[in-house]
Design a protein. Structure first.
Length: 195
C-alpha cells in the first residue's frame, strides 16, 4: 500500500521588485488527508540504492489490512530571479512514517514497496523534464508553475493507486512482475532527467 506525501516547503522573497520565490506546500492525495513537513530523516532516491526493512521505522497501523506502507514524496522548491527559473526537485522516502507488519516483512513485499518509491522518482523526473521543456518557467508565473507541478503530483498519485489496484497490493504476482518491468522501463526512458 502506498501513501504519497509531497513535501513542498514555502519560500517568499522580494528583491528589486522582480525576484520571487514560491513553492507549493503539503500536498497529499485526498485519501490520506494529510500534508506534512520534512522530519530531517528522509532518504533521497538514489540510483542503485534499494530500501531495506530496517528503514521502515513507523508504527504499523493495526486497523488496516495493509501489510506495509511506504511514505514517499517529491520535494519541490523553486525561485525566479534575474537569472531565470531555478528548481530543486527530488524524491524522498520517509522512514519514520513508513512501516511494515513484521510477520509480513518478506523480500517480495519489499520489492513492492521499493516500486512505490521508484514511481515517486519517475514523477520527480517528469517534473524536471516538464520544467526543462517549459524554458524559463518564470514567464508562467506562480499559477502556471503550480499547475505544472499539480498535474505531475496528480499523475503520480494516480499511478501509485493504479499500481496497488492492479497488483492487488502485491498479491497478484504476474501483475507485480509486469509493473516492475514497466517501472524499470519508465526510469530508463527518463534517465536524462535523473539527478
Amino acid at each position: 500500500m502506498k501513501q504519497i506525501k509531497l513535501y513542498l516547503p514555502a519560500l517568499m522573497a522580494l528583491l528589486l521588485g522582480v525576484f520571487f520565490a514560491f513553492s507549493l506546500y503539503g500536498f497529499a492525495p485526498p485519501h490520506s488527508g494529510k500534508g506534512g513537513e520534512l522530519s530531517g530523516n528522509e532518504i533521497r532516491w538514489v540510483k542503485g540504492k534499494r530500501l531495506s526493512w530496517k528503514e521502515f521505522r513507523g508504527r504499523p497501523d493495526r486497523f488496516t489490512p495493509a501489510d506495509a506502507m511506504t511514505e514517499s514524496g517529491i520535494v519541490f522548491n523553486w525561485s525566479c530571479d534575474w537569472r531565470g527559473f531555478d528548481a530543486e526537485i527530488y524524491a524522498i522516502f520517509d522512514p519514520d512514517k513508513s512501516w511494515v507488519k513484521r510477520s509480513f516483512a518478506t523480500a517480495y513485499l519489499l520489492k513492492h514497496e521499493q516500486a512505490h518509491f521508484d514511481i515517486t522518482e519517475i514523477h520527480a523526473r517528469k517534473m524536471r523534464k516538464a520544467f526543462a521543456e517549459a524554458g524559463n518557467a518564470c514567464r508562467l508565473g506562480r499559477g502556471g508553475i503550480s499547475r505544472i507541478a499539480q498535474r505531475i503530483y496528480d499523475e503520480s498519485a494516480a499511478m501509485q493507486n493504479k499500481y496497488d489496484m492492479e497488483t492487488r497490493h502485491s498479491k497478484d504476482e504476474r501483475a507485480q512482475s509486469e509493473w516492475e518491468r514497466r517501472i524499470i522501463k519508465d526510469l530508463r526512458s527518463l534517465e536524462a532527467w535523473a539527478e
